[in-house]
Design a protein around this ligand. Sequence first.
Ligand code: GMT
Length: 379
Amino acid sequence: MKIGILCYPTFGGSGVVATELGKALAEKGHSIHFITYSQPVRLEHFQENVFYHEVTVADYPLFEFAPYETALTSKLVDVAIFEKLDLVHVHYAVPHASVAYMAKQILKEQGYNLPFITTLHGTDITLVGKNESYSPVVTFGINQSDAVTSVSRSLRDDTYRNFKIRKEIEVIPNFIDLQRFSKLKKDHFRRAIAPNNQRIIVHASNFRAVKRVSDVVTVFNKIHAEIPSKLLLIGDGPERSRVEKECRESIGCDDIRFLGKLEAVEEVLSVADLFILPSESESFGLAALEAMACQVPVISSNTGGIPELNIHGVTGFMSDVGDVENMANNALTILRDDHTLNEFKQRALEQAKRFDIHEILPIYENLYARVLKSSTITS
Ligand code: GMT
């Protein structure tokens, strides 16, 4: 199949899922065309069957806001015709679903049928999409999609609750490449970070308010007061400098390191003993899945789709959002002795295996085939 993919090219979860899905489909022989405003971060190497089409937004002094959606639509129309795309898969509804709809209408006038599938990822529904500035367009884009998927049951339910959706939303969970995300032998790295065999705790996110990174630091300080430990924070974003200032005033300050945006997250996860994800809202929690695949148990909030991933008392623990006391106590239960820790690590890996990309990829391929079949009949 020839498949167009619209996504955000940044470190955000939806862009990562879109890129990894595209790469895996390309390996199976599909032609994959990424259409976005810059090279997706996980598209770092040349790969057969993978193409990247950059959207350039022409500026004009009249524009206070250059119309990205118009440029993206035009690019999609152009790529669809030239590359003879069979369908488009858009990740993150805002603005990709309505862009795909518009392109579909333009192409229809030219006798070309281009079905599109919308995958909802989280904040496109729970935060941004339901804002009145976007909601009518998001609702329309979802309802006009040839198929709609969400990355968790929780997100599907949120979508039905927040929007007037007539379409069936199919849940296809996120996935993990266990070849890439597995515990690597990094003893030298572990010794460098924790020379006295301290426990290593990790958090990774885009440092937006919704991630509650301050809670990570508070939980860490409580753990640190009880057992020797180090905290590594991966990522960058609007909250980072505020949290860094908070850290400077905290007792565990010398044992906290900000690593910034890292490409090889799996190298850090390979030496980690615990991952903390205290988010306010989280439709899936891809970062936690990446940690679990590297045998790292998870301390998380119990919001959104997290309970579909992190099993309380088995792969980690969940607490109410903001209950840092409970999170710290649970963390100490896992970290206090090696035997318990190793059991949690093994079970985290077992759970991650359920999300193996090789299990999830055929579900998407099957969906594409169904959409193509039904849109050929109706066109
Ligand atoms: O977490 C973010 O703010 C980024 C966001 C995105 O769309 O890029 O992530 C969402 O999609 C990920 C991939 O499906 C999910 O794993 C995240 O849980 C989800 N984030 C939220 O719901 C806050």
